[in-house]
Design a protein around this ligand. Structure first.
Ligand SMILES: CC(C)(COP(=O)(O)OP(=O)(O)OC[C@H]1O[C@@H](n2cnc3c(N)ncnc32)[C@H](O)[C@@H]1OP(=O)(O)O)[C@@H](O)C(=O)NCCC(=O)NCCS
Length: 160
C-alpha cells in the first residue's frame, strides 16, 4: 500500500465521513474554531471539532465538484475544497488538509496546484486562500505555490 501511487481524484459523497475525520484530526491549533473554544469554552453542546467538521459539509453542499481528495490504495490522505464565484471570476480554497503521516511529501502542494488548475479551467481569474497567523506551514506553502500576500485580518468574538 505504501508503494502505491497517490492519486488526486474528485470527491465522492461516500468520502464525507473521512474528510470530517481528517479535518478534526488535522486542524487543531490552526483552527479559528478551536481558538474560540479556548477562549469561550463550549456552547450549545457543540465543540470546535463539530463546528469545524461542519465547514466541510458546507463546502461540499456549495459545490462538491470543486472538492478533491488525495488517495493511496483506497486510503484518503488529504483533501482540498474549492468555492467558485463565477460572477466575479474568483475561486477560493476554504479548506485543505493532509493526514499527519503523509505530510512533507509534497501532497499539500499537489492539492493546491490541482485546485488552481481546476479554477483556471473553470474560467476563474483570481485564486484566493487564507491562513491563520499561527499557521507557519500555510505561510510558507502558499507563497511558494504562487500566492501573494494581500492583507491581514484580525478575528474578534464576544460572549452573548
Ligand atoms: C498545510 C498542509 C495541508 C500541508 O500539507 P503537506 O502535504 O505537508 O504539504 P507539502 O509537503 O506540500 O508542503 C509543506 C511545506 O511546508 C514546509 N514546512 C513544514 N513545516 C513547516 C514549518 N513548521 N514552518 C514552515 N514551513 C514548514 C515544508 O518544508 C514544505 O515546504 P517545501 O515544499 O518548500 O519544502 C498540512 O500541514 C495540514 O494538513 N495542516 C493542518 C491543516 C492546515 O493547516 N490546513 C491549512 C489551513 S490554511
Amino acid at each position: 500500500m505504501e508503494d502505491s501511487p497517490i492519486l488526486i481524484r474528485p470527491f465522492r459523497a461516500t468520502d464525507l465521513p473521512d474528510l470530517r475525520r481528517i479535518t478534526v484530526e488535522s486542524f487543531g491549533s490552526v483552527a479559528l474554531e478551536q481558538m474560540l473554544e479556548h477562549k469561550f469554552g463550549v456552547w450549545n453542546g457543540r465543540d470546535w471539532k463539530a463546528r469545524k467538521a461542519d465547514h466541510i459539509d458546507d463546502d461540499v453542499a456549495q459545490g462538491a465538484e470543486g472538492c478533491f481528495v488525495a488517495e493511496r490504495g483506497g486510503e484518503i490522505l488529504g483533501y482540498i475544497t474549492i468555492r467558485l464565484d463565477r460572477v466575479n471570476g474568483k475561486g477560493r480554497i476554504p479548506n485543505l488538509a493532509v493526514v499527519e503521516e503523509a505530510r512533507g511529501l509534497g501532497l499539500g502542494r499537489r492539492l493546491i496546484n490541482h485546485a488552481v488548475d481546476y479554477m483556471r479551467a473553470q474560467g476563474m481569474k483570481l485564486a484566493q486562500i487564507e491562513t491563520m497567523a499561527s499557521n507557519a506551514i500555510g505561510q510558507h506553502l502558499y507563497p511558494s505555490c504562487g500566492f501573494e500576500e494581500v492583507g491581514r485580518q484580525v478575528h474578534y468574538a464576544m460572549r452573548l
